[in-house]
Design a protein around this ligand. Sequence first.
Ligand code: ADP
Length: 273
Amino acid sequence: MTEITVAAPARRTADGTGPYYQPVGNEVEVFTAAFRSRRAIMLTGPTGCGKTRFVEAMAHQLGVPLHTVSCHEDLSSSDLLGRYLLKAGETVWVDGPLTRAARHGGICYLDEIVEARQDATVVVHSVADHRRELNLERHGAERIVAHSDFCLVVSFNPGYQSVLKDLKVSTRQRMVTVRFGFPPAEAEHEVVVRETGVGPDEAWALVLFAQAVRRLEHGRLREAASTRTVVAAAALTSQGMSTFDAGMAAMVRPMTDDADEEAGLAAMLETYT
Ligand code: ADP
């Protein structure tokens, strides 16, 4: 089902200033300028490279609620716009996350938008472009002009879909696009240490292994060694596991079911740990 998070920063920094996000380029500047000029934003890049964390940190920094929707193949326009529900014997209209953000202000983040059904992506068009409006046909044809603090953010992974088949080119053109990749080694090391408290040497071993996997010819493995998996391996290490065992459990095995490939990756990991 639809997963919705409202103004819920996942992690706060020790000083309580908001979710921790390590910038890698000019993404904070681009996002801020796009938000202030009321433009929709598209984040592209592989899974596990920090897109969601970035949006959480930006929502906190800009002081607006965040409505996150993990898109999936059954996600329909009603999941985004809203629907009538039976409450205490009465039928009442309940806004969906997109409507709520448009009505009251806030970021609506549609994670992996190309996974959603066609009818769901179609309703996004009018609010993503210069019109900035939503039409709730099922709610007495209500028309909502988006709040000045409304911002639509979508993400997609170009590795999964070679073309943005479900988004019109005209809509895509109106979206400010930030391209993400895995962070460079220094930045990734910083992330891993800050996220898990693991020692710097252990963090380097796992980061350098991930970076080496990403240099392999095999495209699938390149994407599989994500920052998310490095953080997971480091978290196991900080619980007392060896970096090798942690790397096997949280990085190598989730990457492949193939015994030969696993053995090759294990030998590679061993050289770093
Ligand atoms: P995505 O949305 O791209 O799939 P996430 O935002 O969920 O990826 O990132 C996965 C994990 O990687 C986060 O939970 C966080 O621990 C870590 N991470 C990746 N990049 C960064 C970054 N630049 N700053 C802080 N944490 C990061």
